[in-house]
Design a protein around this ligand. Structure first.
Ligand code: CA
Length: 376
């Protein structure tokens, strides 16, 4: 019987549905006595249609901040649409409810339900957390997503965040970042010695071992510090966001980078809040965060390609670090990883997982994408 015949005969269709174990509505009729594991459905938490669920979500970005901020705004609208209004995410940009870098503690304690930020900010809590953002010379955006979703990354992240009563989801990726803006050209490792550079995270630790003097500055003070020569260089993100900061006006040398090849952004929930959510709402959040994760990555790429053209028109000098700088960076990274791994068993555990996936990933990427990018 073909499909059309099947659908034209109601009685036959009913019989066929019965054979397939379905009731008249076409839904699978489950005999729970034969499927003991499905009895867990009795514990399923359904959406209460009479009561709107509200989630307070704070971010580390100013309101409407390009790509990261606007990406979260799109996420909240998406949740509103797919939940039919039964789930509302109330957005609190940087400093409107809690300070930008207080979101982790505020969420852990339950002051807020969720936050959007970057795990590299929390290395002071546990150095292993910075690894969930990525490492210098590490994963690209595509590779880190493959580690997170299919290489054990998410399991480790959830396990270690649980100690802080937190539940992380992927919330975006900056895609490959640039090495930064320099007032003077870097012709050899000697030119890096004593250089004052705004560079946070693991990248900063690596640069410190190479002789650079890493400086931490609030975003609003970087341009003026660079202009006045208080710092000699700064990294930020990539063309799309960097051009808005105006660094090209005071530091014309723009270096390709290896310190943040695909930094992960997070959408993290208070674990108690997450556990209490209806199962449908959890699924909606997972779907919408997965979309946000992908879209932010692609948006960075799309905006970077246009911003790069504008920077070229502004006579920005594109450059690459000399080989001795890159070699010193790789050596410094091994030292930083070794030291942090010796001090912190969580770091060692997460890094072991990264090392395994990255080693295999590099080999595959070299024979496929690496080859292709070189000859394209
Ligand atoms: Ca950066």
């Amino acid at each position: 019987m073909n499909r059309r015949d099947f659908l034209t005969t109601a009685t036959t269709a009913s019989a066929a549905l019965a054979l397939a174990g379905c009731n008249e509505s076409g839904r699978q009729a489950i005999d729970y006595s034969k499927h003991p594991k499905h009895t867990a459905d009795s514990k399923r938490v359904y959406v209460n249609r009479n009561k709107k669920t509200t989630i307070k979500l704070a971010t580390s970005w100013p309101a409407h901040f390009p790509i990261m901020g606007t990406g979260v705004e799109e996420f909240t609208k998406r949740i509103e649409a797919i939940s039919g209004g039964s789930l509302e995410i109330k957005l609190y940009p940087k400093n409107t409810l809690v300070p930008a870098l207080a979101v982790f503690d505020a969420c852990s304690s339950g002051q807020i339900d969720a936050f959007h930020s970057g795990p590299y900010y929390w290395k002071g809590k546990n150095s292993a957390f910075s690894l969930f953002s990525g490492i210098p010379f590490g994963f690209t955006a595509e590779e880190v997503n493959s580690w997170m979703l299919y290489g054990g990354g998410m399991e480790l992240w959830k396990k270690h965040y649980q100690k802080y009563n937190l539940y992380p989801l992927l919330g975006g990726n900056t895609n490959i970042q640039m090495g930064g803006w320099f007032r003077k050209p870097i012709n050899s490792l000697a030119d890096m010695q004593g250089l004052k550079m705004r560079i946070p995270g693991l990248g900063g630790e690596v640069f410190a071992k190479m002789g650079v003097n890493p400086v931490l500055l609030p975003a609003g003070e970087i341009y003026t510090s660079l202009e006045r020569g208080v710092i000699d260089a700064t990294e930020w993100v990539g063309p799309a966001l960097d051009i808005k900061m105006g660094f090209y006006k005071v530091a014309p040398y723009y270096y390709s980078g290896w310190h943040e090849p695909g930094s992960v952004l997070e959408l993290t929930f208070n674990k108690h809040t997450w556990d209490k959510l209806a199962d449908e709402h959890k699924a909606m959040i997972e779907v919408a965060s997965s979309e946000m994760n992908a879209n932010m990555t692609y948006k960075f790429h799309a905006e970077n390609i246009h911003a790069l053209q504008k920077l070229k028109e502004l006579n920005v000098k594109l450059a690459q670090f000399p080989d001795d700088v890159t070699a010193a960076g790789k050596k410094a990274l091994r030292e930083v990883i070794g030291e942090l791994g010796n001090k912190n068993k969580d770091f060692a555990e997460v890094y072991a997982s990264i090392e395994k996936h990255l080693g295999l990933s590099k080999e595959w990427s070299d024979v496929s994408l690496g080859y292709f990018l070189n000859i394209r």
